[in-house]
Design a protein around this ligand. Structure first.
Ligand SMILES: [Zn+2]
Length: 297
């Protein structure tokens, strides 16, 4: 009789432990089940228990995100990229968290399937120095790349961005992200940004709050402004005629940062907008507020 009573007691304890772990595991992860190569996606972690920092794990890297307490839950939002040239057909996203009551982080995860979008070919004619740069410019081009790399290493752990991003100019799209470019008959890679219609001199405004991390005249990009919106989300505004901010400035969404121009490798005045998420160029279009009027294509 004694042993029969003893057994249910331990079963009960075991059940209690199971229940406790289910409560402690009150951690949820929201993310899309499919994402196009070349797009970024939004992932959200939600915890019922206090959390200081969520850590999202994606494609071999870990991205810490400060938790925000709202409506009785701790939440963390992150934008994560899928490279346009991703070889894999899917990725595994997971999240862990470290909080006051969590010494042993739990992990929840899900698979995200990658799919291809159609990427048309675009033929353009530009000054031949932008197709085959002269030898004396190669060092400058290398130095430009290094400046951009250094700017992208900026550390801004608070999220200053929110969606959608404000349009930097009112005009619609003139060239899509991911278009394969042929300059003067020679293939020159892929267009890793979004071209927006705008006349020379039109004010260019910040897509979101952030910090100016680079302003310079770059060989291919012309006059360029790079902004960091926090947690690894950057935007870049290229081919400007004029730059009206300085490195280190904090800017607000909608604040003027320069004017549209035709500097660098261009066929005419327009704004090239890049969105760089965790170091990867992705399509800005899905995150932009809709264009006013009938100019959007
Ligand atoms: Zn462009």
């Amino acid at each position: 009789m004694k042993s029969r009573a003893f057994l249910p007691f331990w079963v009960l304890l075991w059940l209690c432990w199971l229940c406790a772990s289910a409560v402690a595991a009150g951690l949820a992860l929201e993310a899309p089940s499919r994402t196009a190569k070349g797009d970024a996606f939004l992932a959200r972690a939600v915890s019922e228990k206090p959390v200081h920092t969520f850590r999202f794990h994606w494609q071999g890297k870990s991205f810490p995100v400060q938790a925000v307490h709202a409506e009785g839950l701790w939440q963390g939002l992150v934008l994560l990229p899928v490279d346009l040239d991703a070889k894999e057909g899917k990725g595994r996203l997971s999240v862990t968290c470290v909080g006051e009551e969590r010494q042993n982080p739990e992990r929840v995860g899900r698979d995200i399937v990658f799919f291809e979008k159609k990427r048309p070919v675009q033929r353009l004619t530009v000054d031949k120095k932008y197709v085959s740069p002269p030898a004396d410019q190669l060092e400058r081009i290398r130095a430009d790349r290094e400046k951009v790399r250094a700017a992208m290493a900026d550390h801004l752990p608070q999220r200053h961005w929110s969606l959608p991003f404000a349009r930097p100019v009112p005009g619609g799209v003139s060239s899509l992200f991911g278009v394969r470019r042929v300059f003067n008959g020679q293939p020159r890679g892929t267009h890793r940004g979004l071209d927006l219609r705008a006349a020379e001199g039109v004010p260019v405004t910040a897509c979101a709050d952030g910090r100016v991390v680079l302003t310079d005249d770059l060989y291919f990009s012309g006059n360029a402004v790079y902004l960091h919106h926090g947690e690894g989300v950057f935007t870049a505004y290229l081919h400007l005629s004029e730059i009206s901010v300085q490195k280190g400035d904090m800017v607000r969404q909608g604040q003027m940062i320069g004017r549209v121009g035709a500097t660098g490798r261009v066929t005419g005045p327009h704004l090239h907008l890049s969105l760089l998420v965790q170091g990867v160029s992705v399509d800005p279009q899905p995150f932009l507020a809709p264009a006013p009027g009938p100019t959007e294509q």
